[in-house]
Design a protein around this ligand. Sequence first.
Ligand code: ATP
Ligand code: MG
Ligand code: MG
Length: 554
Amino acid sequence: KVHKKLDFIREIIAEDLSSGKHETTITRFPPEPNGYLHIGHAKAICLNFGIARENAATGARCHLRFDDTNPSKEEVEYVESIKADVAWLGFDWGDHLYFASDYFEFFHDCAVALIEKGLAYVDEQTPDQIKETRGSLTVPGTESPYRNRSVDENLELFAKMRAGGFKDGEAVLRAKIDMASSNMVMRDPVIYRVMHTAHHNTGDAWCIYPMYDFAHPLEDAKEHITHSLCTLEFEIHRPFYDWTVENCPVPSRPRQIEFARLNLNYTVMSKRKLLTLVKDGHVSGWDDPRMPTLSGMRRRGVPPEAIVRFSERVGITKFKGTTDVALLEFEIRDYLNKEAPRRMAVLDPVKLVLVNYEEGRSEDVEVVNNPEKPDEGSRKVSVSRELWIERDDFMADPPKKFFRLGPDRYVRLRGGYIIKCVGFETGPDGEVTEIRCEYLPDTIGKDAPEGVKCKAAIHWVSAEFGREAEVRLYDRLFTDENPDAAEGGFVSVMNPDSLNTITAWVEPSLADESPEWRCQFERIGYFVADRFDHVPGEKPVFNRTVALRDSWAK
Ligand code: ATP
Ligand code: MG
Ligand code: MG
């Protein structure tokens, strides 16, 4: 086991365990079910579930909690996709699946307790008045004329809010803290609002809903979360988090710690923007292989292990920054280079005829499955008289440094014979339509005979036995490093070539593989059988996960 330096959050947790402040650590991942998870969420998942896993010996655990207190934006479809994505990444919440909406009664009791302590009041100013009287960073806020209502009056009015006696926007419950606080968040924040909207879990039971800043610390405390890890934007909210935990009747005292969120270049990550891409039809759905969502990456063929390693490599800090998407691509290639079996596929085919190979003859040759994993042995692939090779593996008039096929030149067919080009044919526009070669008998698995210069091996597919496959060549969705900052908006810098669908020739066995099966198309890149559209034996569909080399490298 490698001992890596602990990040600052793991350091705090280790200290809390060794000092005896906590016997174990309980973390949570709290998505709002208003969209699909993206690669940024993966960072938070790996952090929270990772900490629980590393401290399992102390009984540590990580809760999956749906933060579903806002009834207007949430959908059940999202709950299911989020569960599937967390499990796909390899994490397990065990029995600890929670819905914040199950705590509505508890939030309400806490609000009542604040009112009883004189720490909350019903404000009947309009939403605009409340906004205007908050002041600014340089100007203190103004107290509401309703601020000094009696406890009894507030209890009565809050009960009226709950009973439906106010319309949306007519009344809110506010914490009574300090309208002159230098921290705007502490200027009597709204903790409950009236919303006559049905909720996916509680239906019409409630017409008042707690605000995120009030509900979140209470959810954490209710679940005995020890360390509540969130992104840096919440740093200025921490005093209110602590105030809530301090003043409400809660069973535990969680601690909020903030870390820098993941930002990736060439990517947009906010759920709102991803929803726009889906709704406006720029992509085929949340799981379009070009999306930075976990379900999109899954469909693209990205191994979950690579995402976990990427998250570890990015690390946990307090520094805001943007990570190069090339780092993610590096982890994907690094993982797949070791794990993915090699197969042959010809994406831009041109016919090659072995003129001295009898018609109707065929034989099996052994091709290595994965040079990184000798244990995986080899497979049999059939050679025939007519083959497909890649158009750019042939040049009619090649320069000296070109080691592939050209007139009178030799090349090896991967796993098979050395062949010599003896001619070629062209079509009306001068394009090569057929390459004619002679094979050299007795060269399979053997060095080139005296006087034969053969410096390269090319991939090939038998025209007789190969299968046609739909291949989707995906590329980055944006051409601009920072799509969020583009003058015409992120949609204006979408890559027009982010999807190129072609028909390729593939080794026959590829057509029978299962959806989500991954491999390397030799010399081309990593591909996956599409999770939904690939039908084994009937309709092979492969998605390019990533090319072998980074074509975007500057
Ligand atoms: P978005 O801003 O993309 O809509 P969100 O933060 O509103 O995302 P939530 O569902 O509230 O989405 O997020 C669940 C958890 O994931 C939160 O704890 C949040 O801090 C974390 N998270 C979201 N985006 C990132 C990110 N880019 N990097 C790290 N953690 C993130
Ligand atoms: Mg959120
Ligand atoms: Mg958000």
